[in-house]
Design a protein around this ligand. Structure first.
Ligand SMILES: Nc1nc2c(ncn2[C@@H]2O[C@H](COP(=O)(O)OP(=O)(O)OP(=O)(O)O)[C@@H](O)[C@H]2O)c(=O)[nH]1
Length: 222
């Protein structure tokens, strides 16, 4: 929705290019990239997480790539998420490819009201395989789950596709905020765990997401 065309705006001038490892300064810094077709809701998803706000109204496609930072507390430690919002439009693809290599996590979004955006997920995963680091943390997100009347992709279809690729899956809504924090927290926990294996070696992103979803659905009825 917003957008600037940036060069290296990471601020991490001393990082080796191509390394997927999180940075170790005072806090852990992790680069997370949002991917998916134009209009699936990447910018709104980021703004909901960053500011707790939803921008409805006219849709303005992202130009190139944009980023926002947010520090969250994970198990008592600060994790700085540097979140890159990419343009979904095909014409910016060569710009965004250049950034894949530095990302430690990729959130791949489709729109549950758009069959094309779901069908294109396989193509996005091929790009991920080609341009991202092999150890990147990946998550599939079916966004716009608030628009139940216009749904064309069943939750089971999203789950099945994610299972086929062995990646975690969530349905989300950038409008209501449903599972937005959970997606980023799960990624931050996974990256933190990778940075310090001894502390919580048993952490499993799939299990964490499943447990949190059960917890959230139980809380609705309390
Ligand atoms: N109902 C509903 N609408 C959403 C949601 N997320 C985004 N939208 C709407 O979908 C449209 C596209 O959202 P954006 O966030 O700009 O999409 P994008 O993926 O960033 O698009 P590009 O920048 O072109 O890649 C906007 O009109 C948003 O208001 C959601 O969760 N629910």
């Amino acid at each position: 929705m917003t957008g600037v065309l940036n060069g290296d705006i990471s601020g991490n001038t001393n990082r080796r290019r191509g390394s997927p490892s999180p940075d170790f300064t005072d806090d852990l810094t992790c680069k997370v990239m949002l991917l998916g077709d134009s209009g699936v809701g990447k910018t709104c998803f980021l703004l909901q997480f960053k500011d707790g706000a939803f921008l409805s109204g006219a849709f303005l496609a992202t130009v190139g790539i944009d980023f926002r930072n947010k520090v969250i507390s994970v198990d008592g430690e600060n994790v700085k998420l540097q979140i890159w919002d990419t343009a979904g439009q095909e014409r910016f693809r060569s710009v965004t490819h250049a950034y894949y290599r530095d990302a430690q996590a990729l959130l791949l979004l489709y729109d549950i009201t758009s069959k094309t955006s779901f069908q294109n997920i396989r193509a996005w995963l091929t790009e991920v395989e080609e341009y991202a680091h092999k150890d990147v943390v990946l998550m599939l997100l079916g966004n716009k789950n608030d628009v139940s009347g216009a749904r064309v992709i069943r939750k089971e279809d999203g789950e099945a596709l994610a299972k086929e690729y062995g990646i975690p899956f969530l349905e989300t809504s950038a409008k209501t905020g449903m599972n937005v924090d959970l997606a980023f927290t799960a990624v931050a926990k996974e990256l933190k765990q990778r940075s310090n294996q001894q502390k919580d070696p048993k952490f499993q992103i799939h299990t964490y997401i499943e447990k949190q979803q059960v917890k959230n659905s139980c809380c609705k009825y309390i």
